[in-house]
Design a protein around this ligand. Structure first.
Ligand SMILES: Nc1ncnc2c1ncn2[C@@H]1O[C@H](COP(=O)(O)OP(=O)(O)OP(=O)(O)O)[C@@H](O)[C@H]1O
Length: 257
């Protein structure tokens, strides 16, 4: 689905990612993990084509981002930003309908299919009862779920999500992340997400990409890379992994008194 070839990213004089050669297959669910400032959002924006690489390139379905016409690229990948500001009084439904724009080649107005898909996406995020509300009146978690609904409404094979669990209560963290895992497993969609909750990441992801923040990186299956010793080194703090039934719980080791 997606690959990067000798991809390097810099900010100022700092190298964030060096020579990333990465293959992301159809149906895989990846978590990008690293400490604050390691370059996770910068990488995600680069994968979405919203920022140019400093060297190397990104390809989706075998074509480099530059080779994709923008309207076609918009039907390939959807991007959930870490934060958003709403300047205008759009309703929740209008916000999600506007995400259907890439499907309107020759006409401006949405059709009844768009309306049905938008309402299904809102229902999947349990915010369909808010369809008529002004987005500026929503709580942080409600707004986040509307943003994820807008992403689902785009119905793209590739989902790029920057901290999707942000602002969500515990129940919605679990339901949203489980839905993403199910979309990958059952519909062959590919998800790449940034997140700080290691337990949640481990429970839904098939693979992880770890960023050190100095250019170095490690990619592999969850079993290969989400190990206490490796995560401790990438996150700069000792981490313990506890087994609870068949789940792995990741907790920071206590600092010495
Ligand atoms: N426009 C910019 N100008 C200057 N520095 C920037 C810019 N954008 C990002 N950076 C810097 O690049 C580094 C990587 O930022 P990025 O947002 O990718 O980190 P992150 O891993 O997503 O961090 P977090 O976990 O805090 O969200 C940070 O040190 C950040 O300050």
């Amino acid at each position: 689905m997606l690959s990067t070839h000798q991809l390097s990213l810099k900010t100022g004089q700092r190298q964030l990612v060096t020579a990333l050669d990465w293959q992301v297959g159809d149906g895989q669910c990846w978590s990008i993990i690293g400490r604050n400032g390691a370059g996770k959002s910068t990488l995600l924006r680069t994968l979405a084509g919203l920022r140019a690489p400093d060297s190397g390139h990104v390809a989706i379905a075998g074509r480099t981002l530059a080779e994709w016409p923008l309207a076609e690229l918009a039907r390939q990948r959807a991007f959930l930003a870490q934060s958003r500001s709403d300047a205008f009084a759009y309703s929740v439904l209008e916000t999600v309908l506007s995400a259907r724009h890439p499907y309107h080649d020759n006409h401006y107005w949405e059709g009844s299919d768009d309306h049905a898909i938008a309402m299904q996406s809102l229902a999947a995020m349990e915010v369909d009862d808010l369809a008529r509300r002004d987005v500026r009146t929503l709580s942080g978690g409600e707004r986040q779920r509307v943003a994820i609904a807008a992403m689902l409404a785009q119905d793209t094979p590739l989902l790029l999500l920057d901290e999707p669990a942000n602002a969500l209560d515990l129940a919605h963290q679990v339901s949203v992340m489980s839905l993403l895992a199910r979309l990958c497993r059952e519909q062959g969609k590919t998800a790449i997400m940034v997140g700080h909750d290691l337990t949640l990441a481990h429970s839904v992801s098939t693979h992880a990409l770890l960023l050190m923040g100095d250019g170095s990186w490690l990619a592999g299956t969850i079993a290969e890379v989400m190990r206490a010793d490796i995560l401790s080194s990438y996150l700069g703090h000792p981490i313990d992994v506890l087994q609870h039934g068949n789940r792995s719980i990741f907790i920071p080791s206590e600092a010495p008194a």
